[in-house]
Ligand binder design. Structure first.
Ligand SMILES: Nc1nc2c(ncn2[C@@H]2O[C@H](COP(=O)(O)OP(=O)(O)O)[C@@H](O)[C@H]2O)c(=O)[nH]1
Ligand SMILES: [Mg+2]
Length: 419
């Protein structure tokens, strides 16, 4: 699957594992030290209170600041624990190595993420690569095996257009040379990656990040329950962790619990939430307030949560248009991204949603969620090919770290991992 041979890569992965283990030990020691410092500080503070009550207010202030710093540190999101040196680790390390990562550049978070992605795509993969390899054995690909592959691709929700494209390329290739099972999978990976990469290339931006010096507004749109609010919470974390000044607008005013849900996410990453608690508040008015705040605070990224269902679908689209109009009017030079959130487990239904939103909501990208669990990840290909939407992020879990910028290489490797 990669351009490195398996013996070397296992060795490579073992070295990476040892390095991560050492680093984790060091971190643990540092944490312990910080804990001890904290205790000492608290002790010192108590003694001081006994000894010099009113006089040394100044010194006390410094101590309290120090204490807050240390306590603040332990309040941040917990560091990840290094798991076993198993097949998941080796595979993840290989995928990172194949992208040119050096041993000392990989992190536990990255390994965790790839492991999650691979597990999440297991269901998609099972009815696919495993079956295909079983059918093929070591024999070269034949026109009949292409028929099997076609069925498997369609079943994995890859969509008719993408499937046709891939099968036609393979057929042409087969006319030129003999392809064994392994080579067939390699060729298939390349073709699938081309399909997903096309809208990304067309957009002119490989990686979606807020532009510094401007207000970036990202609207999260999509039907109820696909994961808009959760994704927004994870984005707020990613963004504030990367030092972008971030603000959240709670413009889903139709679900009573939506604001509370957002506030919990905001708290986790220290991002403020602008909301209007009154019943049936106007979503566009919330966005209006949020833009005012964003301008005052010099915010880099404003994340807008929107409603997934109104009385009728037209209403929903009108509401989104109204929100956009307000943004255009108040900050004409803002960079606006309308990101459609799609639940991978909904398969073809997700494709339908993408088509319908694309018609009226002027989308600029997609975010695929719920790639953990029983997913049908193939829909990412259908959305790329049939709706021309660049996939910007993918989510695989309900935790704050379970969202990553989309990486087509990793995605295709996970979808077609052959172990
Ligand atoms: N397993 C899993 N669950 C998710 C993911 N993203 C969201 N969810 C869950 O899906 C449900 C609906 O999410 P929510 O963000 O409220 O959807 P919204 O209606 O589009 O805002 C919640 O129970 C989330 O915890 C994901 O990537 N993986
Ligand atoms: Mg929501």
């Amino acid at each position: 699957m990669t351009n490195i041979d398996p013996d070397n890569s296992r060795e490579w992965a073992a070295q990476a594992y040892a390095l991560l283990k050492r680093r984790q030990e060091e971190q643990k020691q540092e944490l312990q030290k910080a804990e001890e410092q904290k205790k000492e500080l608290q002790k010192a503070e108590e003694q001081k209170q006994e000894l010099q009550k009113a006089e040394e207010q100044k010194q006390e202030l410094i101590d309290i600041t120090n204490k807050d710093k240390i306590i603040g540190q332990s309040k941040t999101v917990a560091a990840s624990e290094l798991g076993e040196f198993d097949d998941n680790f080796t595979w993840s390390a290989m995928v990172l190595a194949a992208q040119g990562k050096k041993i000392n550049q990989i992190s536990i978070d990255e390994i965790d993420w790839l492991t999650k992605l691979r597990r999440g795509l297991e269901e998609t993969r099972k009815g696919f690569v495993t079956e295909l390899l079983d059918k093929l054995g070591d024999d070269p690909l034949t026109p009949e095996s292409l028929d099997d592959l076609e069925t498997l691709l369609i079943r994995a929700d890859v969509g008719i257009d993408s499937t046709d494209k891939v099968i036609n390329s393979l057929r042409t290739k087969l006319n030129e040379e003999v392809l064994g099972g392994e080579a067939g999978i390699k060729f298939l990976k390349k073709e699938l990656k081309l399909i997903i990469d096309k809208p990304i290339k067309n957009s002119g931006t490989d990686l979606l990040v807020p532009q510094k010096g401007k207000l970036n507004v990202w609207l999260l749109v999509g039907v109820n329950g696909v994961g808009k609010t959760t994704t927004l919470g994870k984005l707020a974390y990613l963004s504030s962790k990367s030092n972008y000044k971030t603000l959240i607008a709670a413009a889903d005013t139709f679900r009573a619990a939506a604001v509370e849900q957002l506030k919990v996410w905001g708290d986790r990453s220290n991002v403020d939430v602008i909301s209007n608690q009154s019943k049936n508040a106007d979503p566009a008015a919330v966005v209006f307030d949020a833009i005012n705040s964003a301008k005052k605070r010099n915010v880099d990224l404003l994340l807008v949560d929107t409603a997934g269902r109104l009385q009728t679908k037209n209403n929903l689209m009108d509401e989104l248009a109204k929100i956009k109009k307000i943004i255009d009017k108040k900050v004409p030079d803002a960079i606006v991204e309308s990101l459609l959130v799609l639940d991978a487990s909904q398969g073809q239904n997700g494709l339908k949603q993408a088509k319908s939103f694309a018609k009226s909501a002027d989308l600029s990208g997609a975010i695929i969620t719920k790639l953990d669990g029983t997913s049908r990840g193939g829909v990412s290909l259908a959305v790329s090919e049939e709706v021309n939407l660049p996939i910007r992020f993918i989510g695989a879990g309900e935790g704050i770290k379970d969202l990553r910028p989309f990486n087509s290489f990793e995605f295709v490797e996970a979808m077609l991992a052959d172990k």
